[in-house]
Design a binder for this molecule. Structure first.
Ligand code: HEC
Length: 443
């Protein structure tokens, strides 16, 4: 095994494109899209309003989860798109719905289908006439961001000491706070992690880490990097579900000392609005009747890669369980969190069986640094199986990029939540990545 180098996760300095100063919607708030007969603004033809249904989880009025503009009314669609003066939101919407590298809706949501962009294409072709106010459109579901209630009663709340005030003019920031969950009297496990999004207009995603060192309980700008002893146990992006562990497993809480958890909230305020004060947190369900298995995080991927300048390159890293590890099999994998930096375009992990068959263990395709999300997985790892992780980068720079913690360097990890826990020392999850064999693929 290679020597254990300390390393870090990285956060983006700024990943946001320029926005025009007036990107806010002037339409009044309404609960459904303003199709014909809808409230507020000039109505849209019913088929167009319906085709945009999934967009309205975020491009609502007011907007949610960092979306830069609303897409509810006729005016919203014919107005310039925030990032590009002279281009309408309609034209930009069609581009993004068909885009393979920056799709809308964003990952991990399902890509837009022909059923969704077809009516918009046809409407653009017809010269986008407004809808007929006399026509009655079928009602469309109220956007809710997909936050669903889990089947347990939360007993622990992770909240910052005080709400966080987003400074006017800040467009994109990662904010962290630490919470000590007191040491339980008895062995205890976390069985569910539930996002509690407060200011939906600016919260873009949430990650929960278990940490070794104490992080201030006051919400503050996260350090640019994550120390190795931060272990991601949950990641939420709009539309993502709470993480409810299977009935036979739970994350063990530290025994005899508090469990220190860090909540990281990514705020995206592309409209540079003032006055956002947010108290987003996370609720936990815990149990004092321990479940059969302890869950943990295993990092697959690797360190050995070089991405040449002006090229798209792929590395393939294989983790073969080897003799020392097979005794821990079989394992159940339940969640995947793919992690790369800004040049990352695609990350896939497959479980390759002895007979050559493959099952996916989290496919971030495309990978988007801006929309890092956790993917639910359901797979059993048995003796003879290998993990094969492929990372693809697009390097527009003049430099060869290698693994590293700097913004300009790259990573290739997939953090898998699994059980039963392999008795590795606490916070040594990347061990499997050090044992992986990585090969650059022919372009
Ligand atoms: C989960 C929330 C969410 C959903 C659902 C969503 N968007 Fe977005 N959208 C965003 C965010 C956040 C941004 C800003 C970051 C970016 O451009 O990727 C954005 C940006 C955009 C932009 C770029 C605007 C510009 O000026 O460049 C367009 C166009 C867009 N979305 C269209 C759509 C359409 C059309 C749908 C539905 C098919 C949709 N979005 C669904 C969150 C969402």
């Amino acid at each position: 095994m290679r020597r254990f180098r300390p390393f870090f996760f990285l956060l983006p300095a700024a990943v946001v494109a320029a926005c025009s100063p007036d990107s806010s919607s002037s339409t009044p708030a309404s609960t459904g899209p303003a199709g014909a007969g809808g409230a507020g603004g000039t109505p849209l033809p019913c088929d167009v309003a319906e085709a945009l249904t999934r967009c309205h989880d975020c491009h609502s009025s007011p907007t949610q989860f960092g979306a830069p503009m609303s897409l509810m009314t006729y005016e919203d669609l014919v107005r310039d798109t925030p990032s590009t003066p002279g281009v309408s939101a309609l034209v930009r919407a069609l581009e993004r719905m068909k885009s393979t590298d920056k799709p809308m809706p964003p990952v991990p949501r399902e890509r837009a289908s022909f059923k969704e962009y077809g009516p918009l294409d046809a409407w653009l072709e017809r010269g986008f006439p407004p809808g007929d106010p006399a026509q009655k459109c079928a009602p469309v579901a109220t956007p809710d961001g997909g936050v669903v209630a889990p089947a347990c009663e939360p007993d622990t709340k992770l909240r910052a000491e005080a709400p966080y005030s987003l400074q006017e003019g800040t467009s994109d920031i990662y904010v962290c706070y630490g919470v000590d969950v007191p040491a339980p009297a008895d062995r205890r496990q976390i069985t569910a992690i539930i996002p509690r999004v407060d200011d939906k207009s600016v919260v873009h995603h949430i990650v929960v880490f278990e940490a070794d060192k104490t992080e201030s309980p006051k919400p503050h700008k996260c350090k640019d990097i994550f120390p190795i002893d931060w272990k991601a146990v949950y990641a939420w992006a709009p539309g993502g579900p709470p993480f409810v562990l299977p009935e036979e497993a739970g994350f063990p809480m530290a025994e005899g000392k508090p469990t220190h958890l860090v909540v990281q909230v990514h705020y995206s305020n592309l409209k540079h609005e003032a006055g956002h004060v947010d108290a987003t947190g996370v609720d936990l369900c815990t149990t004092e009747t321990p479940r059969k298995y302890d869950a943990d995080i295993l990092w697959v991927g690797g360190f050995e890669f070089a991405v040449p300048p002006h090229q798209t390159s792929t590395v393939e890293c294989t983790f073969d369980w080897g003799q020392n590890w097979t005794k821990y099999l079989p394992l159940q994998v339940v969640q995947s969190w793919p992690h790369m930096h800004q040049l990352g375009r695609k990350l896939t992990t497959d479980l390759v069986r002895a007979d050559g068959t493959r099952s996916p263990l989290g496919h971030a395709d495309p990978f988007s640094f801006f929309d890092q999300a956790a993917y639910p997985v359901d797979a059993t790892v048995s003796n003879g199986d290998k993990f094969v992780t492929r990372c693809t980068w697009e390097n527009p720079t003049d430099q060869t990029v290698v693994w590293g913690e700097e913004t300009s360097q790259e990573m290739c990890f997939n953090l898998l939540t699994y059980y039963p826990r392999i008795p590795l020392p606490q916070f040594s999850g990347p061990a499997a990545s050090y044992l992986s064999d990585c090969k650059m693929q022919k372009p």
